[in-house]
Write a protein that binds this ligand. Structure first.
Ligand SMILES: Nc1ncnc2c1ncn2[C@@H]1O[C@H](COP(=O)(O)OP(=O)(O)OP(=O)(O)O)[C@@H](O)[C@H]1O
Ligand SMILES: [Mg+2]
Length: 258
């Protein structure tokens, strides 16, 4: 097991001094080399759960084990967020090479590996550009290259494609499917898109409205390699209906909460 949460709850102290329970009793196991998509209404605690599993935040109760766990050693993590988290003062090549530099990888190898990943995400030729000179889709490709280049054991992605236009997003999804099928990293992906969750995932986990619990854990048994055409198959439609049925009540409930 690469990652495991058992009975994980999280309460935040609010400005008024009260408590806001974001997560309640989450049990989730992620096997090594699998891609797990996480769906749930806004505010249900998806990002909080990802941050806890990634070791960026502490659970209030329960235990977290594996690569991401706070205090665990050896495991390597990488994060991709919606806001790209790029360094504006570094050019494209140095953004990708940065993590390798932190790992003590020598200059020549850093450059070679960064260039290879830039080529893989379609950014060859942009090495000396700066992030502000790139489109949203290109920045997201850059973020992916930066996450994959360090060869992490687990990748945590929180709505990585939330900020790009729908067409670019489809292309990015195809890129991510291809890269994942080549590398088979352990991935936890938070998304608001049912289609994206199915297309990429080996499993789709649906969370309830706050406090977030696991409502449904659905295996996605669609053949790989997958492409965008996979989303036109009857099996895909069936999964989409099942997920939407599970999700719609929670979205309605979360609207009552807010
Ligand atoms: N640091 C914090 N302090 C107080 N409350 C917080 C904090 N972080 C998150 N929350 C609250 O916890 C709940 C869950 O937040 P979280 O960001 O995990 O939801 P989410 O499912 O990722 O939502 P979205 O889909 O909108 O990104 C929300 O009600 C949020 O306001
Ligand atoms: Mg979030």
């Amino acid at each position: 097991m690469e990652l495991a949460a058992a009975g994980v709850s999280k309460a935040f102290v609010t400005k008024g001094g009260g408590h806001l329970v974001a997560l309640a009793g989450i049990d989730l196991e992620v096997r090594s080399g699998t891609f797990v998509s996480l769906l749930g209404p806004s505010g249900c605690g998806k990002s909080t759960l990802l941050r806890i599993l990634g070791g960026l935040e502490q659970a209030s109760t329960g235990t977290v084990a594996g690569t991401g766990a706070t205090g665990a050693t050896g495991g390597r993590r990488a994060f991709v967020f919606q806001d790209y988290s790029l360094f504006p003062w570094l050019n494209v090549l140095d953004n990708v090479a940065f993590g390798l530099r932190m790992d003590g990888v020598g200059r020549q190898e850093r450059t070679d590996r960064a260039r290879a990943w830039l080529a893989r995400v379609g950014l060859a030729g942009f090495e000396s550009a700066y992030p502000e000179q790139l489109s949203g889709g290109m920045r997201q490709r850059l973020s992916l290259a930066r996450a994959f280049v360090t060869e992490p054991d687990v990748l945590f992605m929180d709505e990585p494609m939330g900020a790009v236009d729908p067409q670019t997003r489809l292309l990015l999804q195809e890129d991510l499917i291809r890269i994942w099928e080549e590398t088979r990293k352990t991935v936890l992906l938070v998304t608001h898109s049912i289609e994206e969750a199915i297309l990429l995932g080996d499993r789709v986990v649906v969370m309830t409205a706050r406090p977030g619990r696991v409502k449904l854990d659905l295996p996605v048994e669609l053949d790989r390699p997958r492409t965008l055409a996979t989303s036109a198959t009857p099996a895909f439609s069936e999964l989409r209906s099942l997920l939407w049925d599970a999700l719609r009540d929670e979205v309605e409930r979360s609207m009552d909460l807010s």
